[in-house]
Design a protein around this ligand. Structure first.
Ligand SMILES: Cc1ncc(COP(=O)(O)O)c(C=O)c1O
Length: 452
């Protein structure tokens, strides 16, 4: 973190960044009209904090957008990007390579769960999901089971915004606008069950049997038509839904029984979020394919990746050697700046022990969040590692309004939280200290009381 830089100069520089006109930018996943009436601008970031163009400090309770796991402006990452930009800006990734892409892949597979030994680069979580779905279908075809094309997602799942990801995703608000989506998709039931699992610390006791929903889907479609099941080990964007104890193990066993590939979408849970390097490590369940993004570069340069078990990769390695085996990839796959940023990120994670630090901070985080249980309109508090959620009772007839108002008021009071529907989601950078946790939970508590 650049503690040596003069804060007055930085505030001045940030101030100059305030735009005169907000009209042309059509903002993603944003209430554009509301935003442009009362803009919330961020101009600088360092460590646990953002600053507005006016120089107001805001504590980052969400690691930007679940991605800045090592905190902002980490010197090794900043330097790696700057040096790479000067050295080589771009290298074509098709039929060409550059050293850092290979170096990064070797380093990544050293920290991923055993067996996930091959890396395919993308530029985002959404692209990682599309890539994994195509790998799954292509894998079955390559080994002579071309009938296995069906993809199974889960209600309330979020797998990015491209057509494959939205199709296997299960958030109605993201699906309803865009027509029939991909055919040949089905969904498992979600695991949220407030009647049986309320204010639970860590994974809930009840609901492992919900994995058996896959047997129902197999009975309906027949296993010979199903390529893969994709789930987030902990569902993030829908509002932090935890897998019941034993659920993921059961899903793994049913997939194995029927020859179905299991994909874990670890775009949020990857790189230390749960206090283990990956959710697969945390739960002791290894998927066949694993998607990541966000924390791979600490959010600094867009990048995603798919990790595949060797048997999936190897199934494609046939036919004439001069021909492309997997007709898929992006102009910016393995972009040199992203690879450099990811190498700087892995070094930073290792320096500070961040891939497991969440385990040490999980308890104070849990205690602080669960202290909010009795406050007005709080329906549920849940947590795992350094992810937490506070689910609020919706205002009758105005879904999502109560949580949005909490978000706005927290922002005004100097804490950035995230809301999805009427759920407040928290995922602070993994460098978070107890004082930050107290400020985040304390501010939410004051706002809930004030809005009662
Ligand atoms: C589980 C999961 N998958 C995929 C995505 C999509 O990633 P991106 O926004 O980088 O495309 C996200 C984003 O939050 C995510 O949480």
């Amino acid at each position: 973190m650049h503690k040596d830089l003069d804060p007055a100069l930085l505030a001045q520089a940030a101030g100059a960044a305030a735009p005169a006109d907000l009209d042309a930018y059509w903002m993603p996943f944003t209430a554009n009209r509301q935003f442009k009436q009362a803009p919330r601008l961020l101009a600088r970031a360092d460590g646990m904090h953002y600053w507005t163009p006016e120089g107001r400090q805001v504590l980052d309770g969400v690691a930007g957008l679940w991605c800045v796991n090592a905190g902002h402006a980490r010197p090794k990452i900043v330097r790696a990007i700057a040096e790479q930009a000067a050295e080589m800006d771009f290298a074509p990734p098709f039929n060409m390579g550059h050293p850092k892409a290979f170096e990064l892949a070797e380093k990544l597979v050293q920290i991923t769960p055993a067996g996930l030994d091959k890396v395919f680069y993308t530029n985002s979580g959404s692209e990682a999901v599309e890539t994994a779905l195509k790998m799954a279908i292509g894998y079955h075809r390559a080994r002579g089971e071309g009938t296995r094309t069906r993809l199974i997602g889960r209600e309330r799942g979020y797998h990015g915004v491209n057509f494959g990801g939205v199709s296997v995703g299960g958030i109605a608000g993201n699906r309803k606008t865009f027509g029939p989506l991909l055919g040949g998709v089905d969904h498992l039931r979600h695991t949220h069950d407030l009647a049986r699992n309320r204010h639970v610390r860590g994974v809930p006791e009840h609901g492992a049997e919900l994995a058996d929903d896959l047997e129902r889907i197999v009975a309906l479609h027949d296993a010979s038509t199903i390529a893969a099941v994709i789930v987030e080990p902990v569902a993030g964007s829908t509002g932090v839904l935890l897998p019941p104890k034993g659920y993921l193990e059961r899903l793994r066993a049913i997939c194995d029984k029927h020859g179905i590939l299991l994909i874990f979408d670890e775009v949020i849970t990857g790189f230390g979020r749960l206090g283990a390097p990956f959710a697969a490590d945390y739960f002791g369940v290894t998927p066949d394919l694993m998607t990541v993004a966000k924390g791979i570069t600490n959010g600094s340069v867009p990048m995603g990746a798919v990790f595949a078990k060797s048997f999936i990769h190897d199934a494609f390695m046939n036919g004439p050697e001069h021909l492309i085996e997997f007709p898929h990839g992006y102009t910016y796959s393995a972009h040199p700046l992203a690879c450099a940023a990811a190498l700087g990120t892995l070094e930073t994670y290792a320096d500070d022990g961040l891939l497991t630090r969440g385990a040490d901070m999980a308890r104070p985080f849990e205690d602080a969040l669960h202290a909010l249980e009795g406050l007005p309109h709080v329906l549920d508090v849940r947590n795992i590692g350094l992810v937490g959620a506070i689910e609020l009772e919706p205002i009758p007839g105005q879904p999502a309004k109560r949580a949005f108002d909490v978000f706005l008021e927290c922002w005004r009071r100097g804490v950035l939280v995230r809301v999805t529907g009427d759920i407040i989601a928290l995922s602070p950078p993994l460098i978070v200290e107890t004082s930050h946790i107290e400020q985040i939970a304390g501010t939410i508590g004051e706002v809930l009381k004030a809005q009662a």
